[in-house]
Write a protein that binds this ligand. Structure first.
Ligand code: NAP
Length: 378
């Protein structure tokens, strides 16, 4: 089954990823599209919100099986999207290969070469830094937040979950900033690497070989692979860390995991994935003084860089690495300033410490609702 949810276009064309995973259903895509609207608003760039996908799983499929599925999917989707209408991108199970196949089929059916997708290959309009932008952006955000609280990110121990695009980008930027990333994970287990995750090896195993997590462990003597024992297994969240970044999927960090992180002295939990932390866990982390930032703000760097890709496509130019990276960093710092300001306004009313979840909801919502009111009821 395939879907596209177009949630809101008050501030720009619908924009949001396409997910291919066995767990995909309409309910999950509706929540993701809803979140996307307010996330896109937070980026300060002109994008509405949408999300799409299918319960098709590319895992274990050949390139030509994936291509044939994508072409069948596009036979219906192409008539609902366009550069001024709806601009899809990647998400879980949809990386550069899948976006390339979607773009090729769209181009054939619509008979146009436009920036209708983001996350494209560099040869046909893709932007530098788009593949790693979500993880990079999350770390720019964490860096800014810690600095504001007088905490140096250097030498901090970082636990990351996931083994995909976001996890890789986050691990790469955290390492560049001087922190030590000690975990990555998949649905069946996790890696603990006390020497620090080798991000080049991670990229090769994930992107080039498209292999499993165990292959990373096999190639790295310092890495220990811990297979998931049962549903109550705390996985990466049982590892002592200063900074935690759930970067895999929704509802992967529950109340018991949060208790374990707090007991181990975690300073901040920053969502690289979309809603990986359950509501009970979020509340517990906030009540225990952890700097908690939801994905709406923290992972907005991916879609922000997609907007930068759209700008480059419109002006038919390719910006340098430094230009894109500088803009991404600036956007994440602005998002931090805006949600921090909204959190202060919120906490002035209800009391308590700055609540970045409320701050992000308020800052994202205000812009969308003002645009909707200005445009009248239609
Ligand atoms: P991805 O490249 O497909 O990676 C997701 C990874 O997480 C896969 O390796 C997957 O393993 C693993 N995983 C799935 N369920 C897991 C679980 N329960 N525990 C541990 N690992 C698990 O996807 P992605 O693009 O990195 O997306 C990750 C999250 O970030 C999603 O919530 C997505 O919506 C969000 N996000 C992505 C972007 C972006 O630019 N890509 C932007 C904003 C937010 P298997 O492949 O073995 O299932």
């Amino acid at each position: 089954m395939g879907y596209r949810v177009q949630h809101n276009n008050a501030i720009g064309p619908y924009k949001g990823g396409v997910r291919f995973h066995a767990s995909v259903n309409l309910s999950i895509l509706k929540f993701l599209a809803f979140e996307q609207t307010f996330k896109n608003s937070l980026t300060t760039l002109p994008m509405g919100g949408g999300k799409g996908g299918s319960d098709f799983s590319p895992r274990g499929k050949s390139n030509s099986e994936v291509m044939r599925f994508v072409q069948a999917f596009m036979l219906e989707l192409w008539r609902h999207i366009g550069p001024e209408t709806d601009v899809p991108a990647g998400d879980i199970g949809v990386g550069g290969r899948e976006v390339g196949f979607m773009f090729g089929m769209y181009k054939k059916l619509a008979q146009e070469f436009t920036g209708t997708f983001t996350g494209k290959g560099r040869e046909f309009g893709g932007s530098l830094i788009r593949p790693e932008a979500t993880g990079f952006g999350a770390l720019y955000f964490v860096h800014q937040m810690l600095e504001t609280h007088g905490i140096d990110i250097k030498d901090k121990t970082v636990a990351i979950s996931g083994f995909g695009n976001v996890a890789w980008g986050a691990a790469t930027k955290a390492t560049e900033l001087g922190a030590k990333v000690v975990t990555i994970s998949g649905p069946d287990g996790y890696i603990y690497d006390p020497e620090g995750i080798d991000v080049d090896l991670l990229k090769e195993v994930k992107e080039v070989k498209r292999a499993r997590l165990t292959e990373y462990a096999a190639a790295r003597p310092s890495a220990q692979y811990h297979e998931k024992k049962n549903a109550d297994d705390h996985g990466v969240w049982s590892v002592k860390c200063d900074l935690a970044l759930p970067c895999a999927t929704q509802n992967e960090l529950n109340l018991d995991d949060a208790k374990m992180l707090v007991a181990n002295g975690v300073i901040s939990v920053t969502e690289g994935a979309n809603m990986p932390t359950t509501l009970e866990a979020t509340k517990y982390l906030q009540e225990n003084g952890v700097l908690f930032v939801g994905g709406k703000a923290a992972n907005a760097g991916g879609v922000a860089t997609s907007a930068l890709e759209m700008s480059q496509n419109s002006e038919r130019l390719s910006w340098t690495f430094e230009e894109v990276d500088g803009k991404l960093k600036g956007i994440m710092e602005t998002i931090y300033a805006n949600i921090s300001d909204a959190a202060k306004r919120y906490n002035a009313t209800v009391g308590g410490n700055d609540d970045y979840v409320a701050g992000a909801n308020i800052a994202g919502f205000e812009k969308v609702v003002n645009a909707m009111l200005a445009q009248g009821v239609c």
